[in-house]
Design a protein around this ligand. Structure first.
Ligand code: DQA
Length: 148
């Protein structure tokens, strides 16, 4: 199956953006690691980062028809604001895991609510760049299970 990784706004700045919160790994580092992890399991993985809500909505809609079997998404600030992106994921009805580098529950109150968590297969947060790795591991296990 194909996996799609979506990164929301400001994640293009990873590596230099508030490194005490988000770590030193760049987005390119994270995407390269994920692509290698997926390839080792025999799956193709593509990634998209956007600062624009409509680009993420459009990419989720396209996933319905391009063979995507699973989505990993860090909606970043859209986690706390975007009914539109939530509705897109509900519309395509593809399984997804919500990811955060930080633990939003240990931060400001406005980060405690997510528009995505109740629709997600699961949520991985608080482990820095490893949050993505753990989420992909879980997605690959599910894909292996559904193929068997
Ligand atoms: C984030 C947490 C969000 O609250 C924040 O707006 C982000 C990144 C994370 O990965 O920790 O941009 O999704």
């Amino acid at each position: 199956a194909k996996l799609l990784v979506l990164h929301g706004p400001n994640l293009n700045l990873l590596g230099s953006r508030e490194p005490e919160i988000y770590g030193r790994a760049t987005l390119a580092d994270i995407d390269a690691g994920l692509a290698a992890q997926a390839a080792a399991a025999g799956h193709a993985l593509s990634s998209l980062q956007s600062n624009a809500e409509h680009e993420l909505v459009d990419r989720v809609q396209a996933a319905r028809d391009d063979g995507t079997g699973f989505i990993l998404i860090n909606p970043a600030a859209f986690t706390h604001t975007s009914v539109a992106l939530r509705d897109a994921l509900a519309a395509v009805a593809l399984p997804f895991i919500e990811i955060h580098l930080s633990n939003p529950h240990s931060r400001e109150p406005f980060r405690h609510h997510s528009y995505f968590s109740d629709l997600a297969v699961g949520v991985v947060c608080g482990f820095g760049a490893d949050s993505y790795r753990y989420a992909l591991d879980a997605a690959l296990q599910r894909l292996a299970g559904s193929a068997a």
